[in-house]
Design a protein around this ligand. Structure first.
Ligand code: FAD
Length: 291
């Protein structure tokens, strides 16, 4: 089913993101995650993609098995920064062969050392990939959105112009980068709608489960940390178990508030964690225990 249509039928839509293990590691871990979460009946599962292409086949393989073995709709992420047009075309052919018809089209992160990585001359921005995938007519295309602006953006208004460009190029739904302050998301939504971006914009929620994780997130995305969350880190910095519990409570509060305010969906970054994600889904009321 086209994911854009799922957002027309059910509210709020629950989706889960999983990632393929690093190259050289068995795919078992991701299937273990799926074994532990699919009974919650997510509306779709998205599978991330390594920018430099080493997980190309893994993403396609996992996304197709989500459909065929787990009978759940799948969304394959795809980046273009390290690919030629020919390579992109071959990945899309492969997705078509495996009947994966939903793609989250991304540029991919710029490598910290560009000399180490081949950058594409064919693609500079996600909008080019979106236009190309949409022109095939066989895929429903989604894109990324940044409530606090993309890390490279000098102004949030520029980022919003570029977001409109992605929708105009063919993106039919948007999934946001993680954020920890819902007010930022609500303000962002006002700006998005003011710019006549009418497609579903789905908040991406990442529960904080350990201290190392938050440092990594801040380095990668530069998102704001509300005082409440900061106090939580101070209070539980020497108690990993209590920090994880508090992180789960925080995510549940965030989700409940978003749902109360009419979010069309919740996209959970699972980090391949099973018990914590189950607890969040049950306690926030996204799914009942019997499901
Ligand atoms: P773009 O939309 O191309 O934007 C990149 C930057 O360029 C922004 O600052 C934007 O404002 C600017 N820009 C865009 N168009 C123009 C233009 N025409 N002129 C000037 N500036 C422009 N990465 C992965 O490697 N694999 C994944 O699986 C993955 N999944 C993700 C899922 C989600 C929900 C999100 C939010 C991000 C994900 N990422 C993933 C990270 C993403 O690849 C990075 O954030 C990347 O740096 C930007 O990708 P984009 O598609 O948003 O790029």
């Amino acid at each position: 089913m086209r994911i854009a249509d799922i957002y027309k039928t059910v509210e709020p839509v629950l989706s889960l993101e999983v990632f393929p293990p690093k190259p050289g590691y068995s795919l078992k871990t991701v299937f273990h995650t799926l074994d532990g979460l699919v009974d919650l009946n997510p509306s779709f599962v998205s599978v991330t993609y390594a920018s430099q292409g080493e997980s190309t086949n893994r993403t396609v393989d996992i996304a197709s098995r989500v459909r065929d073995q787990y009978h759940c709709e799948s969304l394959a992420h795809m980046t273009c920064i390290g690919h030629t047009r020919k390579e992109v075309s071959s990945v899309l052919d492969n997705l078509e062969v495996h009947s994966v018809r939903n793609v989250l089209a991304l540029r991919g992160d710029m490598p910290s050392d560009p000399s180490e990585v081949r950058l594409s001359r064919d693609y500079h921005y996600a909008s080019e990939l979106i236009a190309e995938i949409a022109s095939r007519g066989s895929f429903c295309v989604g894109a990324a959105a940044y409530p606090e602006g993309h890390i490279e953006s000098r102004r949030i208004s520029h980022d919003l112009d570029n977001l409109k460009g992605k929708v105009d190029a063919g993106a039919e739904f948007l999934i946001t980068q993680l954020f920890f302050d819902n007010r930022i998301f609500y303000d962002f939504m006002e700006r998005v709608r003011y710019r006549s971006i009418q497609v579903p914009v789905v908040p991406g929620i990442m529960p904080i489960l350990n201290y190392k994780q938050i440092k990594r997130i801040l380095m990668m995305c530069e998102v704001s940390i509300p005082a409440k969350l900061l106090n939580m880190f101070d209070k539980y910095s020497h108690d990993p178990a209590d920090l994880a519990k508090a992180g789960i409570d925080y995510a549940i509060e965030q989700i409940s508030d978003l749902v109360d305010e009419g979010a069309q969906g919740i996209h959970l970054y699972t980090m391949n964690r099973i018990p914590q994600i189950r607890e969040i889904i049950f306690r926030s009321g996204l799914r009942g225990k019997s499901e």
